[in-house]
Design a protein around this ligand. Structure first.
Ligand code: CDT
Length: 359
């Protein structure tokens, strides 16, 4: 995939990014096998020159929230423990390999904290810093706490197994990816011309978060240039979607359509690049998840896209200066937003319809 032209005179800010799409991982899959596959994807991306590789939501296991798991020991086996996931037996080698290859990685996993809290989490590991520089916990948990009553219904029990992330959406800069970036020391006057010249500004979302424009806009308001989003999106879950009469084919087509719709539209309205990585394929030979890992430009167009529903690396060299035209014109927030009209966005959680009309 070629470089996406900036179309302006500003010096290019080129970044080689990849999504590591991960195919079926079964309930019975050996954790060591999964780890080997992840390292192989990382090495494949390294071979293409990637500086940053995004892995999916809950990268290390099957998507276990689809099951009502009564056995505490089995449930516990899907989580990583301790403060530092880079030392986890199930994931440590992936971070070590990224460090050796000098590649940043962003990896989703189920987190159980030392004081017993559980989150659907994603960390950003900086090879430049040799450590995790951002931990994000999923904010919008989909599905239900209790399983559906109908036998055979496909569940989504994230509200049962995880707590909602409370930290919100903190964009962060990633060091060591671009040469000659402006630093604090060279901008002691707080010069406005520093905008778009510092280290890349990144934000993390996890799966269902990508359907919420509010989350993207909070990142957009921090000048995010690149959004990273791992996901497990089922291709067939009639109860979850409230569409009981839909065919499997239509359900899958819809799942792909809405996935791309939100990645493309929110990248456009925040004038940022986005990378998304799927856990996909037929888990347990029974539960279909969509692929569709892709890299989207700030104009909302797809730059690179998965061709399979299996393990696959999607790669592109992107030029972050491509965010500037949108951020400076149509989506120049400082110039055009009407915050005085948006009160309802934070005052109301649910829908407040206008009064009914009189007879
Ligand atoms: N894993 C996850 O968050 N799945 C959700 C299901 C939401 S139902 C529309 C997703 O956004 O794919």
């Amino acid at each position: 995939m070629g470089t996406v032209a900036a179309g302006r005179e500003a010096p290019a800010r080129l970044l080689k990014v990849a999504a590591a799409q991960v195919g079926a991982v079964h309930r019975w899959t050996d954790r060591a096998d999964t780890l080997r596959r992840l390292i192989s994807l990382l090495e494949d991306a390294a071979g293409r020159g990637a500086q940053l590789v995004l892995f999916p939501e809950l990268t290390l296991t099957t998507f276990f929230p689809r099951y009502l798991i009564a056995d505490e020991k089995e449930l516990a086996s899907f989580f990583e423990y301790g403060e530092d996931v880079t030392r986890s037996a199930n994931a440590g080698k992936l971070f070590q390999r990224a460090d050796e290859l000098r590649i940043d990685i962003c990896v989703g996993y189920a987190e159980r904290t030392p004081d017993g809290h559980s989150y659907n989490t994603c960390v950003y590991f900086s090879a430049n810093e040799h450590t995790v520089i951002m931990k994000y916990r999923k904010s919008h948990l989909p599905g239900t706490k209790e399983p559906y009553k109908e036998p055979g219904a496909i569940n989504q029990l994230e509200k049962r197994y995880f707590e909602e992330g409370q930290e919100g959406f903190s964009a962060f800069r990633v060091p060591g990816m671009l040469n000659g970036t402006m630093k604090k020391s060279s901008n002691s006057d707080g010069d406005i011309s520093a905008v778009g010249k510092g280290d890349p500004i990144v934000g993390i979302l996890i799966c269902n978060d990508r359907r919420w424009s509010e989350a993207w806009r909070v990142y957009g308001l921090q000048g995010a240039e690149l959004i990273l989003c791992g996901y497990n999106t089922t291709a067939w879950a009639p109860h979850l979607h409230g569409k009981h009469n839909q065919s499997r084919e239509q359900s899958k087509a819809d799942a792909y359509f809405y996935h791309k719709l939100v990645m493309q539209s929110n990248s456009y309205t925040n004038s940022c690049f986005s990378v998304c990585a799927a856990r996909c394929g037929l888990d347990d030979n029974e539960f279909p998840l969509i692929g569709g890992s892709c890299i989207v430009g700030p104009n909302g167009r797809i730059i690179a896209e998965a061709q399979t529903e299996e393990d696959e690396v999607i790669f592109a060299e992107i030029d972050l200066t491509g965010c500037r035209p949108g951020k400076e014109t149509t989506f120049n927030f400082g110039k055009h937003r009407r915050t005085e009209l948006y009160r309802m966005l934070v005052d109301e959680k649910g829908v407040v319809e206008p009064d009914l009309l009189s007879d």
